[in-house]
Design a protein around this ligand. Structure first.
Ligand SMILES: *[C@@H]1O[C@H](CO)[C@@H](O)[C@H](O)[C@H]1NC(C)=O
Ligand SMILES: *[C@@H]1O[C@H](CO)[C@@H](O)[C@H](O)[C@H]1NC(C)=O
Length: 469
């Protein structure tokens, strides 16, 4: 007993080093498109890029596989995110306008952002914030006590091959896509908010945008762990529309037509997969899964066939959710299907209850796993029947891993989930993890703690939400 305790202690102290040494080697240099096998279903997210090794534990997911995904997404899709440790960010504030200046390598890029504060936001009572590009229904968020910060994304990087704007002032000549450049814009706005906006709680941050800007919001959530909730709206291909199964909705945004129409969104390597997208070693569900343990809410309208709402809902979402479930945090990913078309502003109200639950713990009766009018397409992810065995170690969902290039990573520690099994058998053992007062303790799909701290009782609110009261 003593021996194993000591061993365990030593191992856990040494864990970061051991775990890193144990990561399977990512092929170097990265394999070319033509060398990957053609996979007609969604690739298994638990299998490493080497094509054979599978993830065996939650720690391994966060220590090895998640960083590998972020790394190869930069290689194959986004381009390499600039090293933030080499940048100096300064910001000034005039009323609710922030002027942001970023310098690196003797060059400087500048752009500005606008702050809209909800009533009652003060430095003593800071408001959570949504950073948005493009149109957003501001009032829905302001009325809910959430600040909205916007910036002119074309001043960061134009939606064209033209290499002007703050990002290209610094990085012209690099093979980086505009989606990553816009993501960088979100992050530099957040830097400025941390410095100059005490009325904003920069630990509770959402990022959003629609269509191509939804693709950018997804990238913003992926590359910076300060983002609490990622909110891509009607995002389509290079967002959360699947490269495979792209024609499920009848109309057809594809890798091919997106690369032909706006080649600047991604790096040039993504272009090598044109006409062979089934060789991509990932699909949109892999991008979604790499955001865990942080929150992701996906908006799509039923009247938006071009971005393949159906494919996102019945293929990408359930596949990504399998990873979130395995990690013990399945309620942190949601699918918000609504009526209406592409970039309908009603999407913002549609996702608000999810966002309020994340930011303020406000319960909602909305079921963000409900895929109606559709049903999930299980044959798209055959690996669902061979999910790695339930991990035996305690889940440490804290990720202080530095993602390649993106050095703006901060530890994120989920508050309520400490253990998990894929079968979610919950036994009432007093030794189990305890939920804090007001926290969730049960409900359909809940795999977190079911025991409340002394002084509170787990009380059923509805079928999928019980709370420690
Ligand atoms: C892809 O296929 C189309 C249609 O067959 C063809 O016109 C195009 O040249 C191909 N592109 C590449 C990069 O192979
Ligand atoms: C939510 O929707 C999912 C998918 O349709 C379903 O399996 C689940 O039972 C629903 N939960 C509730 C509480 O209705």
């Amino acid at each position: 007993m003593l021996f194993s305790f000591v061993t365990w202690t030593l191992l856990s102290l040494a864990a970061p080093i051991l775990a890193q040494a144990a990561c399977p080697a990512t092929p170097s240099p990265f394999p070319k498109a033509a060398t990957f096998p053609t996979i007609t279903t969604l690739p298994d997210p638990f299998t490493y890029l080497d094509g054979t090794t599978r993830v065996k534990s939650l720690d391994e997911w966060y220590t090895c596989r998640q960083p590998e995904i972020v790394k190869f997404l930069q290689e194959y899709q986004y381009g390499y995110y600039p090293d933030h440790s080499l940048e100096t960010v300064t910001a000034t504030r005039n009323g609710n306008t922030l002027s942001i200046s970023v310098s690196a390598g003797g060059k400087t890029g500048q752009f500005s952002a606008s702050i809209l504060l909800p009533s009652g936001a003060t430095s003593a009572n800071p408001a959570p914030v949504i950073i948005a590009i493009g149109g957003i229904d501001n009032n829905v968020y302001l009325n809910a006590g959430i600040a909205v910060v916007t910036f002119d994304y074309t001043a960061v990087a134009p939606d064209s091959n033209t290499k002007t704007g703050a990002f290209w002032s610094l990085y012209n000549g690099r093979d980086i896509g505009t989606l990553a450049a816009w993501a960088w814009g979100f992050h530099r706005v957040l830097d400025a908010l941390e410095m100059r906006a005490p009325e904003i709680d920069s630990k509770l941050v959402g990022v959003t945008g629609c269509s191509r800007l939804g693709k950018a919001a997804l990238a913003a959530g992926l590359f910076d762990t300060r983002i609490t909730v990622t909110m891509p709206m009607s995002s389509g291909i290079q967002g959360l529309g699947p490269y495979r199964y792209h024609a499920l909705s009848g109309q057809d945004e594809t890798l091919e037509n997106s690369k032909a129409g706006a080649p600047w969104w991604s790096d040039s390597t993504l272009g090598t997969f044109v006409n062979q997208s089934e060789r991509l070693p990932y699909d949109a569900h892999t991008i979604a899964a790499a955001i865990a343990p942080r929150h992701l809410i996906i908006d799509q309208g039923t009247g938006d066939p071009y971005t393949n709402s159906k494919g996102t809902a019945i293929v990408v979402f359930p596949a990504a959710k399998l990873v979130y479930r395995w990690l013990g945090i399945e309620t942190r990913i949601g699918m918000a299907i609504r009526s209406g078309g592409h970039c309908d502003l009603s999407g913002y109200a549609n996702v608000l209850p999810f966002v309020l639950q994340v930011f303020k713990g406000t319960p909602t009766s909305r079921n963000y796993s409900d895929l109606s009018p559709w049903t999930e397409m299980k044959e798209a992810y055959p690996w669902a029947s061979s999910i790695p065995a339930a991990p035996s170690t305690t889940a440490t969902a804290s990720t202080s891993s530095t993602t390649a290039g993106a050095s703006t990573t901060f530890a994120t520690t989920p508050s309520s989930t400490t253990t998990t099994t894929t079968t979610s058998t919950t036994t009432s053992s007093a030794a189990g993890p305890q939920q804090t007062k007001w926290g969730q303790c049960g409900g359909n799909g809940w795999t977190g703690p079911t025991i409340c701290v002394a002084g509170s009782t787990c009380t059923k609110q509805n079928e999928w939400y019980s709370q420690c009261i």
